[in-house]
Design a protein around this ligand. Structure first.
Ligand SMILES: *Cc1c(COP(=O)(O)O)cnc(C)c1O
Length: 468
């Protein structure tokens, strides 16, 4: 039970009983992680909404934890399962679960002020700079790549038009941002919320999933002639559809020649930099980018949600976001001190300590294990591709470049086959369209997948296709 008198209303009255309950929750969590292989996605119960409707009555912690364990915990997306390869879903680690509990216990507000967590976040950003091959730079943890993209493109716009913070868009030219066809929709959304509209995005042809650099130069020239301002080129570092990588050095050359910003969408592809050859070289040139966005919650298996943005120019980064009214003024000493306030680098003031679960993952599991895991997934995707190619009822829709394998069924219809395997619990593929035909798509960012899983899933897909 919780307390009943002033100052005690929201904490447990019996801490020992709470501790016992928390141990039971911890056991239920560990049991679930341990049994991940037996727990594929299942459709949520029909009465899910009714089960969780808010009553607001309060209940003893024991009952509450039981309800969470029975009514909520089982009904997840199933991305903790070893044969989940739909969309780009991370699998989460036990290490991350523990770190989340500690972060909640500290309840640190990571917007600023003089606290140790700020150094944890800065250590994570510094580590990212090292992986990117940057000597220095700025950055911030975000909720994901979508938010990171808004921050990065805002810095790009600030560099080109320093008046934008004071005066808004009224006096500015129409802007254009270039991305390979098939690049992620978060860039379009960013431009929409920034007030440029969907018209500001230019999809450059991308044969085999790679931006055509001549077409990029031509598009920029045409826009200049029309009086528009080419603001940024976005390099795709691991495309969602095919797992392809733009030639970042070629894009950096264009950005240099045209005095444009180079942003890299490296949501999951950033992590191929930790893998063995040849995958580790896929993002060569990222060291020349002005900004990079990446996620921890996909291929680094950090529990949702956690991403980051890197910005090369710290002065520009601060100029874009720093805002300190009197109630946020820094103090020389005391809690209002501290050199580095996260809120100066982004949109949020109050923010969670998501840096801890990243820090714990890297420090706890180590870079060798994380890198080997990335390599495993790339090998598994290649193997899946070989099996599809060898099959008489399946074909490979596009070459496997990294961790994505896209399979064209020669019998049956892709979305029906995907749904069938999802419902049976055999495997989760998502679907996409390649060259006008519907395909099954596996994005393997799953640290629980084995080669046996890949083989079993392809067999299941083959028999479903045969029966179709
Ligand atoms: C997932 C993804 C995004 C969006 O990232 P979120 O973390 O989901 O906001 C952007 N680009 C690519 C390539 C992605 O895979």
């Amino acid at each position: 039970m919780t307390g009943t008198s002033e100052g005690h209303r929201l904490d447990p009255t019996d801490w020992s009983a709470f501790e016992a309950d928390l141990h039971r929750v911890a056991s239920a969590c560990v049991a679930r992680l341990r049994a991940a292989r037996e727990l594929p996605w299942q459709a949520p119960p029909e009465d899910m909404a009714a089960r969780v409707a808010i009553t607001g009555r309060g209940m003893p912690t024991t009952d509450l934890f039981d309800r969470i364990a029975t009514d909520i915990m089982p009904h997840a997306t199933g991305n903790t399962h070893p044969r989940f390869w739909g969309w780009v879903h991370g699998t989460g680690t036990a290490t991350g679960v523990a770190a989340e509990m500690v972060a909640a216990t500290m309840n640190a507000n990571m917007g600023g002020r003089d606290q140790g967590g700020a150094e944890v976040e800065r250590a994570v950003i510094k580590w990212l700079h090292d992986i990117a091959g940057w000597q220095d730079g700025s950055g911030l943890m975000t909720s994901g790549t979508s938010q990171a993209t808004i921050l990065a493109l805002s810095c790009a716009r600030m560099r080109a038009f320093p008046s934008v913070r004071a005066d808004g868009l009224a006096a500015l030219p129409e802007m254009r941002v270039y991305i390979a066809a098939g690049g992620h929709s978060c860039v379009k959304k960013a431009l929409e919320v920034m007030g440029h509209g969907a018209a500001a995005i230019v999809q450059v042809p991308a044969p085999m999933g790679r931006m055509d650099v001549d077409a990029l130069r031509a598009a920029i020239a045409a826009d200049r002639t029309a009086g528009r301002h080419p603001l940024a080129v976005v390099g795709t570092v691991g495309s969602v559809n095919l797992g392809t990588y733009d030639d970042l050095n070629a894009l950096a050359d264009v950005a240099r020649d045209e005095e444009m910003w180079l942003h890299c969408d490296a949501a999951f592809g950033f992590w191929t930099r930790l893998a063995d050859a040849p995958w580790r070289d896929l993002s060569k040139g990222i060291e020349r980018a002005d900004s990079v966005a990446m996620d921890f919650h996909k291929w680094m298996a950090v529990p949702y949600s956690a991403g980051a943005v890197l910005i090369r120019d710290e002065t520009l980064h601060l100029a874009t976001f720093r805002e300190r009214p009197e109630y946020l003024a820094a103090g020389a000493d005391g809690l209002a001190g501290g050199d580095w306030w996260a809120t100066d680098y982004g949109l949020e003031l109050s923010r969670s300590f998501s840096a801890l679960k990243v820090w714990a993952t890297v420090e706890g599991l180590g870079m060798d294990a994380l890198g080997a895991q990335i390599t495993d997934n790339c090998r598994q995707a290649a193997h899946m591709g070989d099996l599809a190619q060898a099959s008489d009822v399946l074909d490979l829709a596009a070459p496997v470049v990294s961790n994505l394998c896209v399979i064209r069924p020669l019998q049956g219809e892709a979305s029906a086959l995907a749904a069938q395997l999802q419902l049976s619990g055999e495997a989760v593929f998502s679907t996409t369209i390649v060259d006008g035909t519907s395909c099954l798509r596996a994005a393997i960012v799953n640290h629980r997948t084995t080669t046996v899983d890949v083989e079993a899933a392809v067999r299941a897909l083959e028999s479903a296709a045969r029966a179709a």
